[in-house]
Design a protein around this ligand. Structure first.
Ligand SMILES: NC(=O)C1=CN([C@@H]2O[C@H](COP(=O)(O)OP(=O)(O)OC[C@H]3O[C@@H](n4cnc5c(N)ncnc54)[C@H](OP(=O)(O)O)[C@@H]3O)[C@@H](O)[C@H]2O)C=CC1
Ligand SMILES: O=C(O)[C@@H]1CCC=N1
Length: 281
């Protein structure tokens, strides 16, 4: 982060994604003071145990009383209830609101929180935990330049950031990078199981799989070649990779991924309160 003064950030919800962001921010040395609110003392114990400098509370209203930035990190299904209960406290201070919830629209958030608020919607992912996150951001028209750069600097502290002018693109971001780590973990799980089937130990299989995934991602990030070109460079004619890729393509891998990402995007649309396009026609 580059903000000179310290920023008070309040997290409403202390679950997996909030903890990933908090860890990334603290490891980055960001100039932030963090307050975390959650009804579960168990969740707050995890925060206190790992990051003693964080202020913790079970009282959401108290948590937002000094906030410059309020990060709404609860499940989409309870967002309305949480926002409506906080509306009068939020209206008193009018901090920048950042929601990381899948689907929930800016207009719903604004209505539930009493209206006329600067709101940034953000779709992060859990690699924020190790400062390798990817976030898509959308700001409503009440967000000024300073608030925009505050939101961006917070998310930059934990990874890379892309802004979108069209809020609807966040459904796609959710399907690609928000949920995306889970797709790669599933592939890693499958490769590890197969590797163990060859007689490799669990540790050997894990190292071979995870370091290969890391190397492939790093190479793809740093190379000017497309993923398709990089794949071709691994695939010798008549060789081992070709045998594997032929098998994967014959079992419909590309189509399966296409269907999977569409399912995630449609779920995001449903969580926003709209009907997915497929159900409209
Ligand atoms: N996990 C991920 O990879 C990503 C998640 N997101 C979004 O982040 C949000 C949180 O997801 P995730 O962290 O996975 O979910 P979690 O269930 O891990 O975290 C949600 C937290 O909110 C707490 N909570 C419940 N009720 C309240 C309340 N009234 N006030 C304050 N906190 C409350 C929950 O407590 P309890 O467990 O006791 O109910 C829980 O600790 C979701 O909206 C999701 O769409 C976005 C991108 C990626
Ligand atoms: O699964 C979910 O709904 C959340 C949003 C993106 C990743 N996790």
């Amino acid at each position: 982060m580059t903000t000179e003064n310290r920023t008070n950030i309040t997290f409403i919800g202390a679950g997996n994604m909030a903890r990933s962001l908090i860890a990334g921010l603290i490891d980055d040395g960001a100039s932030v003071d963090i307050t975390v609110a959650d009804p579960s003392e168990e969740q707050l114990d995890i925060i206190r145990g790992q990051w003693p400098a964080c202020i913790t509370t079970t009282d959401n209203a108290q948590a937002v009383s000094q906030a410059d930035l309020v990060v709404l990190a609860v499940k989409p299904q309870i967002m309305q209830m949480v926002c409506e209960a906080l509306a009068s406290d939020i209206q008193e201070r009018k901090p920048l609101i950042m929601s990381i919830a899948a689907g929930v629209s800016e207009s719903s958030l604004n209505t539930w929180l009493g209206g006329l608020l600067p709101i940034v919607r953000c779709m992060p992912n859990t690699p924020a935990l190790v400062q390798s996150g990817m976030s898509g951001l959308y700001a409503n028209t009440r967000v000024d330049e300073e608030q925009r750069s505050l939101a961006e600097s917070v998310m930059r502290a934990v990874g890379m950031v892309l802004w979108f002018d069209d809020e609807d693109m966040l459904h796609a971001v959710t399907a690609v990078s928000g949920s995306g780590p889970a797709y790669f973990f599933l592939v890693m799980e499958a490769m590890q199981r197969s590797a163990e089937g060859f007689g490799l130990s669990e540790e050997e299989a894990r190292l071979l799989v995870v370091q290969t995934a890391f190397g492939a991602a790093k190479l793809a990030l740093e190379s000017n070649d497309s993923s398709a070109e990089l794949r071709k460079k691994v695939t010798s004619k008549g060789g081992t990779t070709e045998a594997a890729i032929n098998q994967l393509q014959a079992s419909g891998l590309e189509n399966t991924f296409d269907l999977a990402l569409k399912a995630a995007a449609q779920r995001s649309i449903v969580l926003s309160g709209n009907k997915p396009a497929i159900e409209k026609s």
